[in-house]
Design a protein around this ligand. Structure first.
Ligand code: NAG
Ligand code: NAG
Ligand code: NAG
Ligand code: NAG
Ligand code: NAG
Ligand code: NAG
Ligand code: NAG
Length: 494
């Protein structure tokens, strides 16, 4: 009996353990009837591990991002337990381990029907500069199926080699398959629904199998699909199903989750600390990491993602009172760090943390608190709200270059609805507020830095586009959002 099944490795273990119905045959094979290939020629393929268990494959698409299947992360593993390994053909020989910063599932991902089965993973460091590791371009066009001119594509991965012992393949396997029409795939799989977010391939005796989920379908050297699932028998009897990269809904999700935290001010101007006395620099282990904001004599705010997962208190210092980073000779030590209890790393929901210091900010002429905005701003076309963001232009956790002068960039608040329309709608949560730069294309400042409107703190720099050229609004943690405002109040009395 045919049965479509997700090819995530953990799912096999769980599914097999939970139910071994009489009609469920034991899966066999890896990428069935594939050949071993060298990673040198497929440097974009990575393995996904959770707690050092191999579960899926993925494809590198930028120096910081990889695409995989949502099913691989559906059980919500803590990001610190997930890693990507690239650059090696063999599972147990070489390769580079990349810790991840976050993963984001397509907001419409529905495991019950395997629709929108795509996820974007962001790593902590960069894929650049390693042997046999590189990215692949995304497919831009919908493939047109024509029986006269078949499209040949390949699927590759380290999927299970032996269904009985559930051991994944040691070597990278690759098999060529032919794209089949949406119609014939739908007929083959009915009543399982093949949606417009899916693309299928088939070749008798060739198949994808357990552990291949998240891996690439490559047509004309472009990433065209992400392995979702196939037949329980892995015998090439039914088409393999992939998430279709060129589908608008999938592509725009990938485009937009490639957004990066923070981003420095572009096209900004030099600023004087005496006009921004609330502005602090946050260092971890002496390395400038983020901005922070003085809100009382003893407390500062920053973005949760700057100190998440909870960093060691001893390593955190705050610096202020000077326009230039190297002019700062006042150091404050952290007494406590409280990350918003509902901070969600994957969506950056509630991206706020409170740092209480030892001593006081109150004794320095160039340091003082800024008032918080308490009510939701009413944004109307007739009465725009002008704001600014400030920062020292930190772009990179690892960037140890000599500090710059404080920069200021001007932005205008934009309504939630407009922001949702410009980003992927569900990525803009109720705890976020958006602002857009003018023609000079200001984007957000350093993560954790302030968005100041009408003299009060409206937001904390959270995330934005990678290219910072004003194409999309910058996104801030929203101070007047009740879930954020009450967190600040209950912890600081402010
Ligand atoms: C591999 O393909 C050949 C024919 O091309 C077929 O006879 C054989 O059964 C296939 N092997 C598997 C494991 O499907
Ligand atoms: C995604 O980005 C690419 C390149 O920046 C662009 O060509 C494409 O139109 C975008 N697609 C969608 C659906 O936003
Ligand atoms: C305050 O800032 C100004 C401008 O950067 C600087 O000249 C002055 O030395 C600072 N004051 C102190 C006490 O650091
Ligand atoms: C260092 O701090 C002292 C007082 O705290 C101030 O007088 C002095 O101007 C500061 N130096 C610089 C270079 O900012
Ligand atoms: C902050 O500290 C300064 C200097 O110690 C003091 O004058 C001021 O009243 C304090 N502000 C608050 C709100 O406690
Ligand atoms: C570090 O920052 C400087 C100044 O912004 C920039 O020119 C340089 O490219 C950055 N280096 C890295 C590795 O990001
Ligand atoms: C702005 O961003 C778009 C979309 O990624 C890109 O195509 C364009 O080259 C960028 N413009 C500049 C001036 O960087």
């Amino acid at each position: 009996m045919k049965q479509v099944i997700a090819l995530v490795f953990l799912a096999v273990l769980c599914a097999q353990a939970l139910k071994s119905g009489p009609e469920r045959k034991v899966p066999s094979g890896r990428i069935v009837n594939g050949t071993t290939v060298a990673i040198e020629n497929y440097p974009f393929i990575v393995r996904v591990y959770v707690y050092n268990f191999f579960i899926c494959a993925g494809s590198i698409i930028t120096s910081k991002h990889a695409v995989s299947a949502a099913q691989c992360f559906a059980f919500k593993p803590n990001p610190v337990t997930v890693s990507l390994v690239g650059g090696s053909t063999r599972q147990n020989d070489g390769g580079v381990d990349f810790r991840i910063r976050s993963y984001v599932l397509h907001p419409k991902y529905d495991p019950s029907v395997m629709d929108y089965d795509v996820a974007v993973v962001t790593i902590e460091t960069t894929f650049d500069g390693h042997d046999n590791i590189g990215s692949i371009k995304l497919q831009t066009m919908e493939l047109t199926y024509s029986p006269a001119r078949p499209t040949w594509c390949y699927v590759a991965g380290w999927g299970s080699k032996n269904g009985q012992t559930k051991i994944s393949s040691e070597n990278l396997q690759l098999v060529w398959m032919q794209v089949v029409s949406q119609y014939s795939c739908a007929i083959a799989w009915a009543p399982f629904e093949i949606t417009s977010r899916m693309v299928c391939t088939q070749l008798p005796n060739a198949d994808a199998c357990y552990g291949d989920s998240g891996g690439p379908l490559v047509c004309n050297d472009q990433l065209t699909g992400v392995v979702i699932g196939g037949d329980v028998n892995c015998a090439g009897q039914y088409p393999v199903i992939f998430t279709k990269i060129a589908s608008n809904n999938v592509r725009s999700f990938i485009n937009e989750t490639r957004a990066v935290p923070g981003m420095r001010i572009v096209g900004g101007q030099d600023a004087d600390i005496r006009d921004h006395k609330h502005m602090l620099l946050l260092k971890i282990d002496g390395i400038p990491i983020c901005g922070a904001i003085v809100i009382s004599n003893s407390s500062a705010l920053t973005a949760a993602h700057c100190v998440y997962p909870q960093v060691d208190l001893q390593t955190v210092t705050l610096h202020g009172g000077s326009s230039t980073q190297n002019g700062m000779n006042v150091t404050f030590y952290a007494a406590s760090i409280k990350i918003h209890p509902n901070y969600d790393e994957a969506s950056t929901h509630n991206d706020v943390a409170i740092i209480d210091i030892q001593g006081t900010f109150g004794n320095h002429p160039n340091i003082s608190a800024i008032a918080l905005q308490n009510t939701d701003p009413i944004i109307s076309a007739g009465k725009p709200i002008m704001c600014y963001a400030t920062g020292w232009g930190l772009t990179n956790r690892k960037n140890r270059t000599i500090p710059q002068k404080l920069q200021i960039g001007y932005l205008q608040l934009i309504p939630q609805k407009t922001c949702r329309a410009q980003w992927f709608s569900s990525t803009i949560t109720t705890s976020m507020i958006c602002a857009k730069g003018d023609a000079t294309d200001t984007c957000a400042g350093d993560s954790g830095g302030p968005l100041v409107c009408e003299g009060r703190l409206y937001g904390i720099v959270s995330w934005g586009t990678g290219n910072c050229n004003g194409s999309k609004p910058a996104v801030f943690a929203k101070i007047p959002a009740s879930i954020i405002r009450s967190f600040i109040f209950s912890n600081t009395g402010i």
